[in-house]
Design a protein around this ligand. Structure first.
Ligand code: DGL
Length: 292
């Protein structure tokens, strides 16, 4: 891994955030909202500040170093907003950034990352063949390689990696059930069905938004699994460990405040409308000027 210069030396560290500060969540785009929804549901007294780097999505085709720098920039923004903890709700960003971020911020600003939920799939697979759908960058990272090495290999489970650069743009454009998206999914998933995979790990936080389309295409063939709920539980554990659990919300506080770095806040709207169904109040704002 190449060295990264600290983008933001901690010469002016923020005062340690208190329990009623928000949880910061970051993704390259709208994908991390699948994680934000799990966290908002599992931790009903917590407020969330969500940062979508829509100016630079997709991260999947970018270089390791570029992904690390964009992620550092985003997490620093959440830190400067006074968040008490940050969740890197992006497998691609996590693959290259967690060590750097944790050593940069230390214990005062806990960082939670994601890795595709391969472990539960491996433990439950009957056919001993599981497939992981993730970005090429996620497969280049060390985190997924370690899970394969520690869990799949000892149990003799074959892991079939699958990537498709079209999927994140389809989800960002709200085209997850379009004919073009269905064709892309068939092209990459039919071979893993033919090889007998009984679990499909959705190893990118954008992909839970493809669940319905995949289930309609392959209703029987595999069980779909993602990391959202496990991350919500891990966030809860880390908050408890650091005495950062919010006891209650103030009246009328917005639960989920979203910010986009591109001049396109409205891309989040279709996903956010579903949050209302769960009584999660939200707002969105562009921060394009503040970042530059
Ligand atoms: N949502 C992201 C992930 O979990 C990445 C998508 C992208 O920007 O390519 O990997």
């Amino acid at each position: 891994m190449s060295a990264i210069l600290p983008l933001y030396p901690l010469e002016n560290p923020m005062p340690r955030a208190s329990a009623d500060a928000p949880i910061g969540i970051f993704d390259s785009g709208i994908g991390g909202l699948s994680v934000a929804q799990e966290i908002a549901t599992y931790l009903p007294n917590e407020r969330i500040l969500y940062y979508a780097d829509t100016a630079h999505v997709p991260y999947g085709p970018r270089t390791d170093q570029n992904i690390r720098e964009l992620t550092a920039h985003a997490i620093e923004w959440l830190y400067r907003q006074g968040c008490k903890i940050a969740v890197v709700a992006c497998n691609t960003a996590s693959a290259f950034s967690l060590d750097y971020l944790r050593s940069h911020y230390g214990d005062d600003f806990p960082i939670i990352g994601l890795v595709p939920a391969l472990k539960p799939a491996v433990l439950q697979s009957k056919s001993k063949v599981v497939s992981v759908l993730a970005t090429p960058a996620t497969f280049r990272g060390q985190l997924i390689k370690e899970v394969v090495h520690h869990f799949a290999e000892p149990l003799g489970v074959q892991v079939l990696p699958v990537t498709c650069l079209d999927l994140v743009p389809f989800v960002e454009a709200g085209e997850q059930s379009s004919e073009a998206c269905i064709n892309s999914l068939k092209k990459i998933l039919q071979p893993v069905v033919d090889q007998g995979a009984d679990y499909l790990v959705l190893g990118c936080t954008h992909y839970p938004f493809l669940k319905q389309t995949i289930q309609q295409l392959y209703p029987e063939q595999f069980t779909l699994i993602d990391s959202g709920h496990a991350v919500a539980r891990q966030t809860s554990r880390i908050l408890i460990k650091n005495s950062l659990v919010s006891e209650k919300l103030q009246n009328n506080q917005i639960r989920l405040k979203c910010f986009t770095s591109g001049n396109n806040a409205s891309v989040l709207q279709p996903v956010l409308r579903h949050m209302i169904l769960q009584n999660i109040t939200w707002s969105i704002e562009n921060i394009v000027d503040k970042l530059n």
